[in-house]
Write a protein that binds this ligand. Structure first.
Ligand SMILES: O=C(O)CCC(=O)C(=O)O
Ligand SMILES: [Fe+2]
Length: 236
């Protein structure tokens, strides 16, 4: 007797298994994300995860990177930590990303970023350049410290995912545990840390399925569960 064929769960089934549901966000939150190209999910990280995540961040700063990095900023290499992975795959995050992507996507990459005193100033940029079609990348920042214009918070020009003209220019602020999600077409940048107060974030990237395989990525091999592997782009 032959073994029964294994059924690969569909993408919708995978999202459902991960607990993602459109109604985890209010309808107006989806509308704001769509209109402005960014959203801040307040207190999205469970409070009791903050200290352990800060610990992972601090323990995972390499002495040296194999390629040049921004001066005056600490980067943490946190790819294979299970709690970090859970933080990136929270149902509310997946729900928001699914609402914007409207197609299969995968969790691609993560690193920690912490601008130090005097460091962190970036040029305004987009994380995804190909305009005129829905974005292929949504960038996320899970904050481990309170953030504002004094410690290098993110500057954003809302709506620039649709409209080349910036109507507004803001620096976001909030508390440890908030998660900023950004359509990568939106013009944004890190700002200078003027106070020296830590501004650690977990900087993640969700990508449309069409980009899968473009980057060197063995993440799905270290993900521990079948569900995580599917959310990172692999099929069982
Ligand atoms: O950390 C930030 O606020 C922004 C970082 C960023 O946009 C980038 O590195 O591409
Ligand atoms: Fe960026």
């Amino acid at each position: 007797m032959s073994a029964p064929a294994l059924k690969v769960p569909s993408w919708d089934e995978t999202l459902a298994e991960a607990g993602a549901r459109r109604d985890l966000l209010a309808p107006e939150d989806h509308a704001v994300f769509d209109r402005d190209g960014y959203i801040i999910l307040r207190s999205a990280l469970p409070f009791e995860w903050l200290d352990p995540l800060r610990g992972v961040f601090e323990r995972s700063i390499p002495e040296k990177w194999a390629f040049p990095r921004e001066q005056g900023t600490r980067f943490s290499k946190i790819v294979d930590d299970p709690l970090v992975r859970r933080a990136c795959l929270l149902p509310v995050v997946l729900s928001a990303v699914a609402g914007m992507m409207k197609r299969r996507f995968y969790f691609c990459d993560i690193q920690g970023r912490d601008p130090e005193l005097g460091g962190g100033a970036q040029n305004l940029h987009r994380d995804w350049l190909v305009m005129g079609a829905p974005t292929s990348i949504i960038s996320g920042f899970a904050f481990l410290d309170d953030f504002d214009a004094e410690n290098g918070a993110t500057r954003i020009q809302p709506g620039t995912h649709r409209d080349a003209l910036a109507h507004d220019d803001i620096v976001v602020s909030g508390h440890a545990g908030d998660i900023l999600l950004l359509d990568a077409h939106v013009l944004h940048c890190g700002t200078r840390n003027l106070s020296g107060r830590k501004r650690r974030s977990l900087h993640m990237s969700f990508r449309g399925h069409e980009l899968f395989g473009q980057e060197y990525n063995k993440w799905n091999l270290i993900a521990t569960t079948s569900l995580q592997r599917r959310l990172m782009g692999s099929d069982e």
